[in-house]
Design a protein around this ligand. Structure first.
Ligand code: B1M
Length: 213
């Protein structure tokens, strides 16, 4: 079995050590980090998601898959960080209240750091008041919110509405993302931008900052 398929398979089986070894091997054999991420780790997690939805896997299986994903991401993280970039601005990043999914949010953070942003990661299950006080305290250029559950998505609107009413939107670009989030939803809740994945999150942020949003 080729290396990326084996990596995806190790994730589906929840084998963190194997995922770590195969990620390292892929890089040593000359694969691009982004290819290892997309065609190995994310491809494996997509299958886990389908099997979970179909009732073939259960929450504990998904947890061990998530641990294997993290083991692979730990190998890739330094490869996405460019040593020679100067900080281009602060980002407040978090998963909204009630939502514990953090793999995608962490990837977005890794990619933004790689592009030279200083990322202040608020973690998961972040209450609106916490986002607001972080924006007040750190005065970031970007606020990034992630949601993986349809029932938590509206938490993003709560944060944006509160920022609007407290006059905190000026100079801050609000980016939203996560599997159930769409451009249409982002428009409806008044976010400045939406990104489908971690790579496009970086280009979207740069585009919005350049446009002076
Ligand atoms: Co959960 N889960 N989960 N889960 N889980 C989903 C999201 C689900 C779609 C599975 C399914 O049914 N097929 C489903 C949600 C259904 C819905 O609401 N539409 C679901 C459910 C139902 C649940 C529970 C309710 C299950 C239960 O307890 N019965 C529960 C909820 C817990 C809670 O949050 N309160 C739950 C729990 C968990 C685990 C804890 C077991 C685990 C999370 C571990 C962790 O994150 N530390 C987990 C996992 C791993 C998943 C799946 C399988 C994988 C998510 C993932 O990490 N994907 C997921 C199914 C799926 O999405 N295929 C599922 C890989 C990651 C790289 O992709 O997160 O989409 P993603 O991030 C992408 C983009 O979305 C985007 O860029 C990322 C990288 O390219 N992106 C952004 C993300 N954030 C962004 C922010 C941006 C821009 C882009 O700007 C700021």
């Amino acid at each position: 079995m080729e290396i990326l398929a084996s990596l995806a398979d190790s994730l589906i089986r929840g084998q963190a050590d194997e995922a770590s070894l195969l990620t390292t091997r892929g890089i040593k054999e000359g694969l691009e980090p982004l290819e290892v991420l997309n065609k190995g780790l994310i491809a494996g997690m997509d299958v886990v998601g389908q099997k979970f939805r179909d009732g073939e896997l259960y929450v504990p299986d998904v947890l061990v898959a998530a641990r294997a994903m993290r083991a692979g991401m730990d190998i890739l993280r330094p490869l996405f960080a460019k040593g020679d970039v100067r900080p281009v601005g602060k980002v407040i990043l978090g998963t909204v209240q009630g939502d514990l999914h953090d793999i995608g949010k962490n990837l977005v953070g890794i990619m933004l750091e790689g592009a030279g942003f200083q990322v202040i990661d608020m973690g998961t299950d972040v209450a609106p008041e916490k986002f607001i006080s972080a924006v007040r305290d750190h005065q970031p250029r970007v606020l990034g919110m992630s949601a993986l559950l349809t029932v938590t998505m509206m938490g993003m609107k709560t944060v944006l509405d509160a920022m609007d009413s407290q006059g905190l939107r000026k100079g801050v670009v609000a980016l939203v993302g996560g599997a159930p989030v769409t451009q249409r939803f982002a428009d409806e809740i008044g976010a400045d931008g939406y990104a489908h994945d971690a790579v496009s999150a970086v280009s979207k942020v740069k585009e919005l900052l350049k446009a002076g949003r």
